[in-house]
Design a protein around this ligand. Structure first.
Ligand code: UDP
Length: 383
């Protein structure tokens, strides 16, 4: 069979299957090798016995500015048109996150709130997304006060929990900029025009992606049992493979961590299902920047826009150090040191003809789902 294969892909997560499907649509024969017994990667979800769509690896809300990406995904699913809102507990109140003009109103006495709002609007156009590390550089003393408040109440402790004691400044500025200060009354977590949850879940969506006569899916198999990289060449079953190899696992592990391990973070997801009329919390996700050891609680039935199940499932996220073989790498740790180390592995990748590392772990990028899809589609276009 391997003689007829044009492309081998390691990993049946969103990146791998996007590439597989785009290639298959293009007439290429693709072998996808997946270590788990199911597709889905970190987007894996399932319907529990209460009718709640549970996302095993935490909240995954699909959102994008790119119509082409939305259209691609929409070939494989219908959507719940869910618009994500997050509240955070601070100073005893549940306030909108990203911190916005409504958060100011709910936290500060009226006169101070009005002053802060007008100072923000003097400096930034309505609708601006201002990274906290940028707001902290403000010269105006009221904006400085606001920036310090938001930094301490939202970012400092959450970031320490999430990233193992790190401060926002010790990570690439893009990390905290994902959740900016929003100069508007928009309570949405994302401002993208396309947003939703796949109606039957991501696993079913990806099963449909993989359902193509040109895609052969090999589950329950480790890629290294099938594919070997030696002397800058790719071998399958001991023979040189002249097709392309797309690898979506951790790029450092592909090369035996020869330059040392790239840093990742893991999360322990604690799930709980119990009888509950209506919703247990007011938004799909509630962040706890300063309280408890978990970062946030997700209540999945918000995503289905249906509170009538009589039960609810909550997920608490406890960030963990990543230990190979013990837990899974959920996040790459985006900072200068890790980027420099990654560049060394990238050079190794570039030294192997027809090898392409893809996705969050393969490209060592803090991708959202839509960026993972866009990257998979771009790679296939490049082919
Ligand atoms: N963040 C924070 N407080 C919050 C939300 C986010 O400090 O209430 C910071 C934190 O460093 C986090 C980053 O912003 O890791 C990105 O947050 P996002 O919600 O995008 O994380 P993800 O959903 O990818 O886990």
């Amino acid at each position: 069979m391997i003689n007829n294969i044009d492309v081998v892909i390691a990993g049946a997560g969103l990146s791998g299957l996007t590439a597989a499907r785009a290639l298959a649509d293009d007439g290429k024969k693709v072998l996808v090798i997946e270590k788990n017994t199911q597709v889905g990667g970190h987007c894996y979800d399932y319907l529990n016995d209460k009718g709640i769509l549970v996302q095993k690896y935490g909240p995954h809300i699909f959102h994008t500015k790119k119509k082409s990406v939305w259209n691609f995904m929409s070939r494989f699913t219908d959507w719940y048109y869910y618009h994500h809102e997050v509240k955070g507990l601070m100073d005893g109140q549940m306030v909108p996150i990203p911190f916005n003009l409504n958060s100011i109103t709910s936290l500060f006495p009226r006169i101070l709130a009005e002053k802060l709002e007008s100072k923000l609007l003097e400096k930034y156009p309505l609708g601006s997304r201002v990274p906290i590390l940028e707001l902290k550089k403000s010269e105006d003393e009221d904006l400085q006060f606001l920036a310090q408040f938001v930094y301490e109440k939202i970012f400092l402790n959450y970031t320490a929990k999430q990233w193992g004691g790190k401060k926002p400044e010790e990570l690439d500025s893009a990390v905290s900029a994902r959740v900016p200060v929003l100069v508007s009354k928009d309570n949405g977590y994302f401002q993208d025009p396309y947003q939703g949850i796949p109606m039957k879940g991501y696993t079913k969506l990806m099963e449909r992606m993989a359902d193509h006569q040109n895609i052969h899916l090999l589950l329950n198999t480790r890629a290294e049992e099938v594919v070997e990289i030696k002397d800058g060449k790719i071998f399958i079953g001991g023979k040189t493979f002249s097709g392309k190899y797309i690898f979506t696992g951790p790029v450092d592990q592909l090369f035996g961590e020869c330059y040392g391990e790239l840093p990742y973070r893991s999360v322990d997801m604690k799930m709980e299902t119990f009888a509950q009329e209506g919703y247990n919390q007011e938004t799909g996700v509630v962040n706890y920047p300063n309280n408890y050891d978990f970062t946030r609680i997700t209540e999945f039935k918000h995503f289905q826009r249906d509170s009538t199940m009589g039960y609810t499932t909550l997920c608490r996220e406890f960030p963990q150090e990543y230990v190979k073989g013990k837990n899974a790498p959920f996040y790459i740790v985006n900072n200068k040191d890790s980027q420099e180390l990654y560049e060394k592995y990238k050079a190794l990748e570039d030294g192997v003809k027809n090898l392409y590392c893809l996705g969050r772990l393969g490209e060592y990028k803090y991708y959202n789902m839509d960026e993972a899809v866009a990257s998979g589609l771009k790679l296939v276009e490049h082919f």
